[in-house]
Design a protein around this ligand. Structure first.
Ligand code: PMP
Length: 354
């Protein structure tokens, strides 16, 4: 028997959202916060063109994509580091700061990958409970010790959809020592409509210890291709580049991401539709009598406690896969209008069983 690291025995594997199919053949995947839209034709064309070259390795430095992002956001290319999905960039970040005894602070519940990546990298997780389903930035600042190396702030938070606003974020950042890296995980930034939620890029600009994590998986609809990136000051971006596995971002993904930036207006129109659907879904749930935190992401959060798995089972019978967190609640992605209507009918039926 090979000998494995003992941490593997204690680690729970990441549980991806799975599709379900109803008895009458319907299937709506609302469990992974994906875009409900098929890829744009221009993006598919770019992928097809790149496919002609797949006997070659991809550009390891992702030069075209880096330049396109630098232009898009008005940042120097040296401030950008790409990875195979932002979860891989997050993993690289854990690799860059972790050593025995290093502490990483994050809110809980938040993105499920944080504890997994901390365990893998040998860092100590310090979880700070949410208050009113929102990051408690005061408690997170108070949790900093001399061993703290990194803090994740997931804004909007997965799975609750809640946000932290400008005043509390800047007050928090002002309290964090300069040798502690703060990662603003903005996987859902494009869905934010609350004007008081600052773009992380405005916060990182004059703070060398702050960096922003973004993805092409959600608003840009490229979840299947795996492209994410960090924008941070040069030492941070360079450290992430150093920990990248060679050729991690494949050539189809790079081409698709460049094409997506070129077609951004069209993609952001789709985001606008999802945002409108989000309002419709939340309003309908409130009308049904649910308590639903105000959400700035492409999902809603229902705190269901002990009835969480029963609720997810009820949704599955009509073909809706939602993401249950046993004993806590369910996260439901905003999908197509048809998917959302199907989910709302299931939610209403469940409500009636109270
Ligand atoms: N951060 C957050 C908060 C997320 O919810 C996700 C995806 N669920 C990610 C990062 C990772 O996304 P990806 O690896 O697809 O870029």
């Amino acid at each position: 028997m090979p000998r494995f690291r003992s941490i593997l025995d204690e680690m729970a594997a990441y549980r991806p959202g799975k599709a379900v199919v109803s008895a009458d053949g319907r299937s709506f995947k609302l469990s992974s916060n994906e875009s409900p839209y098929e890829p744009l034709p221009s993006v598919v064309e770019a992928i097809a063109a790149a496919a002609a070259e797949i006997h070659r390795y991809p550009d390891p430095a992702c030069v075209r994509l880096t330049e396109a992002l630098a232009e898009r956001y008005g940042v120097p290319p040296e401030h950008i580091a790409l990875g195979a999905g932002s979860v891989t960039v997050a993993q690289q970040l854990f690799e860059t700061v972790s050593e025995p005894g290093a502490e990483v602070i994050y809110a809980w519940r938040s993105f499920e990958a944080y504890p997994l990546l901390a365990d893998l990298a040998g860092a100590t997780s310090v979880r700070v409970p949410l208050v009113d389903e929102t990051h408690d930035l005061t408690a997170m600042a108070a949790a900093i010790t001399p061993e703290t190396r990194m803090i994740f702030v997931c804004n909007p938070n997965n799975p609750t959809g809640t946000v932290n606003r400008a005043a509390e974020l800047t007050a928090f950042l002002d309290r964090v020592p300069q040798d502690v890296l703060v990662i603003l995980d903005e996987a859902y930034r494009e869905y934010v409509r609350d004007a008081d939620v600052p773009d992380g890029l405005s916060l990182y600009a004059d703070r060398p210890n702050v960096a922003v994590l973004r993805t092409f998986s959600k608003a840009y609809g490229l979840a299947g291709l795996r492209v994410g990136y960090l924008i941070g000051h040069e030492p941070v971006a360079a450290a992430v580049r150093k920990t990248m596995v060679p050729f991690a971002v494949n050539s189809l993904a790079q081409a698709a991401a460049v094409a997506s930036l070129a077609a951004e207006d069209e993609l952001l129109e789709r985001v606008e539709t999802v945002v409108k659907e989000r309002t419709r879904v939340r309003d309908a749930l409130l009308e049904q009598g649910w308590e639903v935190p105000s959400t700035e992401a492409n999902f809603v959060w229902l705190r269901l406690g002990e009835r969480t798995l029963e609720f997810a089972g009820g949704c599955a019978t009509v073909g809706c896969a939602v993401r249950p967190f046993a004993g806590e609640g369910a996260r439901v992605s905003i999908g197509s209008p048809e998917a959302n209507d199907t989910f709302l009918a299931a939610a209403a039926a469940f409500r009636a069983s109270f």
